[in-house]
Design a protein around this ligand. Structure first.
Ligand SMILES: CC(C)(COP(=O)(O)OP(=O)(O)OC[C@H]1O[C@@H](n2cnc3c(N)ncnc32)[C@H](O)[C@@H]1OP(=O)(O)O)[C@@H](O)C(=O)NCCC(=O)NCCS
Length: 211
């Protein structure tokens, strides 16, 4: 959505809401809001395979095939692909004949996290997971878990795979907890009158909450 359309939508939202709702909307949009995500991860050597077997083919592709994934993942933009090319990145894909029903990215270096609107520095021994997607036709087969576990088995012992997940994304949290990922931190970006500030907190891995 362009800025003019977004602004019209915000105005329509304001007009159709009650005074209390409008005040809350203004507070959230113009005064203060925080985007908050949980850090989940595991040492690569501790990744555990999903219970269900995967009947489809899993491959890890380099930059020469990044463009093939773009039309098959609605959560991916041309900008993402450019970022991935500049970083040390790989894409894990599941293929079914000519189809690419699932894909998931791993990257490191100076990683731009769209959700937090800021960069994170991810060392070479860490693999930052993002933009995982499974076509709804293929849901219920643990494909996200399979892709990430498969990738982890190919990395050196001592490395870590991790990523950031919204609390409401139960399917993701469950897919990750099923292969041994645990929550070990929080990342957030707060906005006060349009001014952005980021923070993070790390703690020992917590017990799973979805399995
Ligand atoms: C998240 C996503 C990749 C998972 O796809 P998937 O691998 O097909 O996941 P599954 O359908 O096998 O579900 C995994 C588990 O979560 C459970 N689950 C799925 N949706 C759920 C929901 N809305 N609430 C609670 N549990 C849910 C499933 O029952 C399954 O549990 P099980 O292992 O006990 O059977 C997929 O839903 C997706 O593409 N979402 C949109 C993009 C996204 O959120 N990406 C991840 C960003 S971190």
């Amino acid at each position: 959505m362009n800025e003019a359309a977004a602004s019209a939508t915000r105005w329509q939202q304001l007009r159709s809401s009650s005074v209390g709702d409008a005040a809350r909307l203004v507070w959230r949009k113009a005064v203060h809001r925080t985007v908050h995500m949980g850090r989940f991860g595991t040492p690569t050597s501790a990744s555990t395979p999903p219970e269900r077997p995967c009947e489809l083919t899993i491959e890890v592709w380099g930059p020469d095939r990044f463009d093939d994934v773009l039309p098959n993942n609605p959560h991916l933009t041309v900008d993402d692909i450019e970022h991935f090319r500049r970083q040390q990145s790989r894409v894990i894909v599941i293929t079914d004949g000519d189809r690419i029903p699932a894909s998931s990215w791993m990257t490191n270096g100076s990683v731009y996290v769209h959700e937090l609107q800021r960069h994170l520095e991810v060392p070479r021994t860490e693999h930052f997971s993002c933009r995982s997607y499974v076509d709804p036709d293929y849901a219920g087969r643990s494909l996200m878990s399979h892709m990430i576990h498969h990738y982890s088995t190919l990395q050196p012992d001592g490395d870590e795979t991790w990523g950031l997940v919204y609390d409401w994304n139960v399917a993701s949290v469950r897919s990750l907890e099923r292969i041994g990922w645990r929550r070990s931190g929080d990342y957030w970006t707060s906005y006060w009158f349009g001014r952005k500030s980021g923070g993070e907190r790390r703690y020992p891995p917590k017990p799973p909450t979805t399995i």
